[in-house]
Design a protein around this ligand. Structure first.
Ligand code: IPE
Ligand code: MG
Length: 224
């Protein structure tokens, strides 16, 4: 979800106004994903690298998260959406941690869609964490498989993403789900996140649906 700051700047507003507007987009896209029947949606909300931002902006983002969770919890329940966090929540400000733990506990039994919030998330950090846990499990080196690594990631038990959308014209992955994105399709758009609409989301999904995913095979093999 990129481009909140530039969206605000283009309007002569504070960056925080862009973040606020961005939560409205998140609300709409979650609702749309759920109603289309998408089973897993991940929002890259705050990377481990985002701590380097001005303290005031970081503080604002977590306040916004707390109010988002408070406002959205009834709607997550009503939509039968389970909330999960990808990332180390131990380092988050206490009110954010408490609100997340409450929301995760409340929604744990929901089954229609999993909404992952990547928070204090780093793709490389996630792999390091998995390797440590694998070592500690005592498994023999020869028994480690691609699947066993998947099983130790934050996304354990979830399918790899089909489609990754990045807004705001940046053409980077920025440490996002490095292991999981091996065969994902990518969609890049110039639109700043606060302007990203349900219509654009739908057209990204339609474009995705018309692509041929080969997973290393030839086009003829896929058709056969
Ligand atoms: C995305 O918007 C929100 C977060 C990373 C929390 P940005 O804040 O990165 O907006 P730009 O990139 O400065 O426009
Ligand atoms: Mg940005």
């Amino acid at each position: 979800m990129d481009g909140n700051g530039r969206w605000a700047k283009a309007r002569g507003l504070e960056r925080t106004a862009g973040h606020r507007e961005g939560t409205e987009t998140a609300r709409k896209i979650v609702r749309e994903a759920r109603s289309i029947g998408i089973r897993h949606l991940t929002l890259y909300t705050f990377s481990s690298e985002n701590w380097a931002r001005p303290k005031q902006e970081v503080g604002f983002l977590f306040e916004l998260l707390v109010s988002f969770l408070k406002d959205e919890l009834p709607s997550l329940m009503e939509q039968n959406i389970r909330l999960l966090v990808l990332g180390d929540i131990g380092a988050l400000p206490l009110p954010a941690r408490t609100a997340l733990q409450h929301a995760m506990k409340k929604t744990a039994g929901n089954t229609a869609m999993t909404l992952n919030l990547a928070l204090n998330y780093s793709g490389r950090g996630e792999i390091v964490r998995a390797v440590r846990a694998i070592m500690e499990s005592g498994i023999a080196a020869k028994d480690i498989t691609e699947q066993s690594i998947s099983d130790y990631l934050y996304t354990s038990g979830q399918p790899d993403p089909d489609l990754m959308i990045r807004t705001s014209g940046e053409l980077r992955l920025s440490n996002f789900l490095l292991y999981q994105h091996a065969y994902s399709e990518f969609h890049f758009t110039q639109t700043y996140w606060p302007d990203f609409s349900v219509d654009e989301f739908r057209s990204a999904l339609t474009a995705y649906a018309n692509r041929e995913r080969r997973f290393g095979k030839t086009g003829d093999q896929i058709k056969a």
